[in-house]
Design a protein around this ligand. Sequence first.
Ligand code: HEM
Length: 444
Amino acid sequence: MSLTSIPLAKGSVPGLGHVPRLMRDPLGVLRSMHTEGPVVLLKIGTMPMVYVTSPNTVNEVMVTNAKAFRKGRLFDRVAALVGEGLANANGPKHIHNRRLIQPMFYKERLEGYADVMGVRARALADSWHHGQEIDVNQAMGTYAIETLAETLFAADIGQSAVQAVREDLPVILKNMLRRALAPTWMDSWPVWNEFNRSAARMRSVIDDVITATRASEPSGRPDLLSLLLAARDEEGVGLTDDEVRDELTTMLFAGTETTASALAWALHHLAERPEVEQAVLDEIKTVVGDRPVGFADVMQLPTITRVLDESIRLHGVVTLMRRSTQAVTIGGHEIPEGTEVLISLYGLHRHPDIYPDPDRFDPDRWLPEQVTARPRHHAVPFGAGNRRCIGDKFAWMEATLTLATLLPRWKLTPRPGAKPPAEATASMAHPDRVEMVVHQRDAH
Ligand code: HEM
């Protein structure tokens, strides 16, 4: 079986394939590929990569034929960092650990994390002052890391870990994609010194917290680490300390930049669209009033939900990867075992036939009547099927609580003269810088 029935994307250069085209304009390639077909062949050097571009072919890979795939090439390289945490594990190990961990994200647990998030959001709002200039992308990055770390670890023993994660995680995230693409024989080169140091320190700090948490009395607060340590399957088998460390690290990697980017883009777009911002403020006033925002409010704020839906459509996770573990048919094409498959959420979510004028920020696209008018499987910002994001509700709750706490107190405007944020291409289309000025709402 071969890949010859799949059309080769334009612009392939002998020996290099599509690398020059991808290096010139990666996001441009990702968003235009649908014009070449629902299944297209890309070449990274001489390595073929099947690129699925339509809602149906994406769904075939992620849901209907999910059993024929495992995680792809990039994940082999990050295994040294996250071991076989959920995002990296395959087959029976993935099914087993996912079943154990899923209950930590059930409603009754989320309610407990919401209290921690509410305190964090109010502390952030308290920390700003009138006229302050901030890079919102950086501020949300630190905030998301600290918030997740405080939810993961018990308050009394987790402080050193929160501190280490705040310092080391940004270094790791910034370099992770480059590291995944670089060959293994380069791993000890001096250019990786800072990365290697941060990765080693984060692992050892998390190991220390696991040991301390095992030895301590239950904290009474529902931190994720205590829940992971207590989790047991039907046979009474739990996770080893190494597995717990891999799961915590995975959550820190998967759950911080994603949430921070959604928040930073939402604040940027709201500043550009005062009428949307006003609708959000009116809704918060009606639903929440002057009391602190809480868990029960999250579902009662549909305007914020639409703002977040639209921010994540435009700037969410860029691509997902899979590798076929058996021969499988996708979009009518036969794909042999061992083929790398690329899913571009960026391309799907900016498909002009599905989202007219796709670059425009328009939260009304998420009004129920507009959603039902679109084709099935049109939006998968949290993935789909057996590998759908386990932290989707957690992230949603954090982003909603944060916006609903910050916005009534602070108006953010672009810093005069600041360049509009550009999409930095990593795993997320997160902004490079979002330079803004903070104004107290009742100060004139
Ligand atoms: C706006 C925020 C977020 C976005 C857009 C997002 C997006 C995604 C996507 C697209 C996937 C699927 C990956 C794939 O199929 O290859 C995923 C998986 C995952 N996410 Fe998230 N995520 C977010 C927040 C979080 C948070 C807060 C956590 C943890 C607390 C988290 C933990 C995970 C884990 C563990 C997986 C792997 C699940 C599995 O393979 O079983 N994510 N996420």
